[in-house]
Design a protein around this ligand. Sequence first.
Ligand SMILES: [Zn+2]
Ligand SMILES: [Zn+2]
Length: 346
Amino acid sequence: MSQRVVYLLGPEMLELRHVPVPEPGPGEILVRIEAATTCGTDVKVFRRGGHPRMLKVPTPFGHELAGVVAAVGVGVSRWKVGDRVVVGNSAPCHDCDYCHRGRENLCADLQYLNGAFAEMLLVPRRFVDRNTHRIPDGLASEIASLTEPLACVLHGLEACDLIRSSDVVVYGGGPIGLLFVGALRTAGHSVALADPNEGRLQVGRKLGADRSVLILRGGGQAREVRRHAHDPAGFDCAIDATGVSEVWSDAADSVRPGGLVNLFGGCAPGTSISLDTYRIHYSEITLKGVYHHRPRTMARALEMLAAAAFDARSLLTSERPLEELELALRSMIQKEALKVVIRPWH
Ligand SMILES: [Zn+2]
Ligand SMILES: [Zn+2]
């Protein structure tokens, strides 16, 4: 039996290959992909031809998925054929200092799983044991596929340490910024969304942003954005969901004394920003870097999607079959699409 898998060969080079369907070994499961969603990271990986931490070409890729267990290896008792599952794209060792401290996203031996843009995915034992989750009945696969990005966002929210009804600004109305808006509203906070694209601000309002701020591209917008805060001194918390260094600086300049800046969007390696040290010191500004998710946040994200806490479907712009993955990624680069649902079996 063979299956179709999209391989990344280098910068902007994809190939649809026919490869044998793997047999699950002891402790492993084989998942038939029902829906895989495209993500900003996939676009980055597609353009750069790999990822320093996660991917060396030639390689299958894609990491947001929902599917059905198609076969189980010896010794798997928790899953059976037909179970609907979401598989996290990383699995911690549970043995290192970071894991012992509950910071599994920083695990010294964090393993990554890629290959959602395929008909089938073999899930290694560590992922089966530690980061595979049952999809609640009635939750559509394409929504369940959003578990991974929402898990990153929930992990990021925990890092914000917000008290109830905080005033938060989110920079960037891409899928991550929009998921932040939905999750912040669900937690009872008041949210301003800042983005240069009116269409994205509109989706943000649908997800619960009570203020939207149309900004210019490229930074230098903090003063204008701060005018929309409840307190003229600034927001309680500012979240960067752009990965643009100038916007990191804007986020740092958007909070009031005692505020927290969540630097969520990853910038290119080697990027630096300059900071007003006087303000950081005398106003006790907290700057926090945030990366990835933990198995527990995956579980919570899936629950939140099942509860339909916010309109996650508004992040899904279109659906395409596997052979149109490149068109899907290009539509994201053109900012025509927020996320595209890839349906390998259609
Ligand atoms: Zn993602
Ligand atoms: Zn570890």
